[in-house]
Design a protein around this ligand. Structure first.
Ligand SMILES: *Cc1c(COP(=O)(O)O)cnc(C)c1O
Length: 366
């Protein structure tokens, strides 16, 4: 009797990740505010570096991403030996799960935490443990209450996607101090560059001073290089060693490394993207609130907007209405937020278009 090959336990429990939508049926060029990409695009210097790498395509990349790690280390004052580069921070998060999680282990993440964590935990046969949030914000006591002898990893997106909320560095330090030493704390700081708060830090110092904290960063968000798949992790030496053993030997392509170096060096472009966000994030939040919608305070480059429970004015209807205006935002049902939509801060024109479409939606539905 033929028995079909079976994936490892856990794999079929995974709900496949559904990315933010990017196309509309009619082929209208959409206003895409569904994946937290930057409206400014990448640094022109990164584009030039990417093109320059075309002449090297026949050769394997530098498997150690030496130049890129040096650029990151120089920029942030880090030890380059403790940086690992990956094909997006998703790859690095996956490698951490692969290295530290297996059947019988538990990993904690928060109620509305980034969906990739659950996928990684299940893919490694481990058990996801969900810590409730308070007011859509991670709560360190709820996390600590769920720690057991089996807990191996805590994943914390800070700021979190899709809520846009964050924990202060004092709270993150307190979490680290109270977690057992055997628990790896993974700080996913994909939006760190956008945060303008004195009490926020991405976690570099914690990584430098503890043997069990990792920080991941990405070039997909403020650097505008999502298509290239590029991220990095700052790790304790032993963690860098573990994931370097299991990553693909050439996991970061030559064009991605070249563009990453240029992006890291173009401080002015990064600053322009942060300044754009600093201007338009509060504007967008205030204008949407004026329409009578609740907006979760965000420190990132997107907003979580809450809609009424009734079908006519609900998130599903709003999403359909926005689509009819060629505006694509992100449904967040899969994050346990069926009455909300997540919207990325766009260009000035995009932002004004969203606000006026929402005004029409709410007016029309009256
Ligand atoms: C977008 C995002 C990332 C980045 O993923 P990449 O694989 O680097 O593109 C990581 N974590 C969170 C929470 C994100 O929202």
């Amino acid at each position: 009797m033929a028995i079909a090959p079976q994936p490892k336990s856990g794999i079929l429990e995974i709900e496949p990740y559904v990315p933010g939508e990017s196309r509309l049926p009619a082929g209208v060029p959409p206003i895409k505010l569904s994946s937290n990409e930057t409206p400014l695009g990448p640094s022109p210097k990164a584009i030039a570096a990417f093109k320059g790498a075309a002449k090297e395509l026949a050769r394997y990349p530098d498997g150690a991403s030496t130049g890129l790690r040096a650029a990151i280390a120089g920029r942030y004052g880090l030890n380059a030996d403790r940086i690992v580069c990956g094909a997006g921070s998703d790859e690095l998060l996956g490698l951490l799960g692969h290295a530290y999680l297996g059947p019988g282990d538990e990993a904690i993440f928060t109620e509305h935490g980034f969906l990739v964590y659950r996928i990684i935990v299940l893919a490694n046969g481990a058990t996801p443990v969900v810590a409730p949030e308070k007011n859509l914000r991670a709560d360190i006591d709820e996390i600590l209450e769920r720690v057991s002898a089996r807990t191996k990893v805590v994943f914390l997106a800070n700021p979190n996607n899709p809520t846009g909320t964050y924990l202060s560095i004092d709270e993150v330090r307190a979490l680290r101090a109270k977690l057992p030493a055997h628990v790896l704390l993974v700080l996913d700081a994909a939006y760190a560059e956008y945060v303008r708060r004195n009490d926020y830090e991405a976690g570099i110092e914690l990584v430098a001073t503890t043997p069990n904290t990792v920080m991941t960063r990405t070039f997909s968000k403020i650097h505008g290089l999502a298509a290239l798949r590029l991220g990095w992790a700052y790790c304790p030496e032993a963690v860098a060693d573990a994931i370097n053993r299991i990553r693909g030997p050439f996991n970061v392509s030559t064009p991605a490394q070249a563009a990453g170096v240029a992006a890291m060096e173009d401080r002015a472009h990064e600053e322009a993207a942060a300044a754009h966000n600093e201007r338009w994030l509060p504007w967008l939040a205030a204008e949407i609130e004026k329409l009578g919608l609740k907006v979760t305070p965000s420190v990132a480059n997107f907003l979580l907007v809450h809609f009424a429970e009734d079908a006519a004015r609900g998130a599903l209807a709003a999403d359909a209405f926005l689509k009819s205006r060629a505006i694509i935002v992100r449904r967040v049902d899969a994050y346990g937020l069926p009455n909300a939509l997540r919207m990325t801060v766009g260009t000035e024109a995009d932002n004004r278009a969203v606000v006026s479409a929402l005004a029409d939606f709410l007016g029309g539905a009256a």
